[in-house]
Design a protein around this ligand. Structure first.
Ligand code: P1T
Length: 380
């Protein structure tokens, strides 16, 4: 089946009890068993599995071209659970542009458990090869990255990573692209991770995370950790994401159309120093982006002339674009990463330009969005 059909049906059967077409929200923490050690239909306790969650997990696995899906109470809970595959003294190599919270978890929390992290420019596969060490067990990358929208050639990096004697796990955070635009497992990644809070949910009304893999042995280790650690989402959250996913293909097409119109406007604006967008001709990895992504997505970053002060004046002046963290919803958002989502990278090798403004372009009419940015840029 094609992606649009899977987005609506994968993992979702009419309820066997009453034929409900939409997956019911199973508000139950536990399940009656037919005898000791004889659970009905495999359900024992909702930390371990819940039918609403199972429908979402199976749907995500189908969309990413994987065999196994797992969901979590947030994107960071998903990230944390993946990192628990490692042992003390192991090395993880990460991209040098990642969500600020991911960096904070690696640098401020997991280092305390003797995990070693280094950060490299994954847009250059040779830098990845140079940064692998004899103790590297995991390579973590975002593509497009948050917030610079840099693109890594997943296939090229997968070849390098898998040639290493440890066979490190290649993890791709696919939050910005979504499986509609890019399927990392098909390009050689071992694990795909998402903040479902963003495009998958799509309506800024739920926080969640997801992990998708192909390999059964790896899936079993992750299911063990998911249950043993317990950072699982509730059934209502799973329902909201399932509902959001049904319109993912339509939304991603419109996000792209609107973003393209705004990129064209920004590219010729005298107060804009530089526009960053994966499918724009000025993007250094445009070719790779066009090869591995279906379209350029809904995220735009741009550098404003006048530095931090000008950036703050602009984001405080928009009327339709809400000044807020997060992204991927139907509504447009604007923020200054250096002062907001990426505050935790200040002073590190991942430092973000304070004049960089990030847009999450929503589904409003593009003329209204352009008008809004135009009037805000006058305040720069
Ligand atoms: O917020 P949470 O659901 O825990 O997801 C964390 C996360 C992981 N990966 C990427 C690429 C992300 O962008 C995020 C969350 N990002 C924001 C809240 C933000 O505004 O960038």
């Amino acid at each position: 089946m094609k992606f649009e059909t899977l987005a609506i049906h994968a993992g979702q059967e009419p309820d066997p009890n009453n034929g409900a077409v939409m997956t019911p929200v199973y508000f139950t923490s536990t399940y009656m068993q037919d005898g000791v050690g004889k659970p009905r239909q495999g359900y024992e306790y909702s930390r371990t599995l819940n039918p609403t969650r199972k429908a979402l997990q199976d749907c995500l696995a189908a969309l990413e071209g994987g065999n196994f899906g797992l969901t979590f109470s947030s994107g960071l809970a998903a990230t944390d659970t993946i990192l628990r595959l490692l042992n003390s003294e192991d090395h993880a190599l990460a991209g040098n542009d990642v969500y600020g919270g991911t960096f904070r978890l690696f640098d401020k929390v997991l280092r305390r458990f003797n995990l070693d992290f280094t950060f490299a420019d994954t847009t250059d596969p040779e830098s990845v090869a140079d940064a692998l060490t004899p103790s590297t067990r995991l390579v973590w990358l975002e593509t497009p990255t948050n917030p610079f929208l840099r693109i890594t050639d997943i296939r090229a990096v997968a070849e390098i990573v898998h040639a290493h004697e440890n066979k490190p796990l290649l993890v791709v955070d696919n939050t910005f692209a979504t499986p509609y635009l890019q399927r990392p497992l098909e390009l050689g990644a071992d694990i795909v991770v998402h903040s479902m809070t963003k495009y998958l949910g799509g309506h800024s009304d739920v926080v969640g995370g997801a992990v998708i893999v192909k390999d059964k042995e790896l899936a079993d280790k992750l299911y063990f950790l998911q249950n043993a650690v317990g950072a699982v989402p509730g059934p209502m959250d799973c329902f909201l994401v399932l509902r959001g996913i049904k319109t993912l293909p339509l939304r991603m097409e419109r996000h792209y159309e609107n973003a393209t119109a705004i990129v064209d406007f920004l590219a010729s604006h005298p107060k804009v120093e530089k526009v960053i967008y994966p499918f724009h001709a000025s993007h250094p990895q445009q070719k790779v982006a066009m090869r591995q992504m279906k379209n350029g997505g809904g995220m735009i970053s741009f550098i404003i002339k006048g530095g931090r002060e000008a950036a703050i004046r602009v984001v405080e002046a928009t009327k339709i674009f809400a000044l807020a963290e997060s992204l991927g919803g139907v509504e447009s958002l604007i923020e200054v990463p250096a002062a907001m989502t990426h505050l935790s990278v200040a002073g590190s090798q991942l430092e973000v330009d304070p004049a960089l403004i990030r847009l999450s372009v929503g589904l409003e009419h593009q003329e209204d969005l352009i008008e809004d940015i135009k009037q805000a840029l006058e305040k720069a």
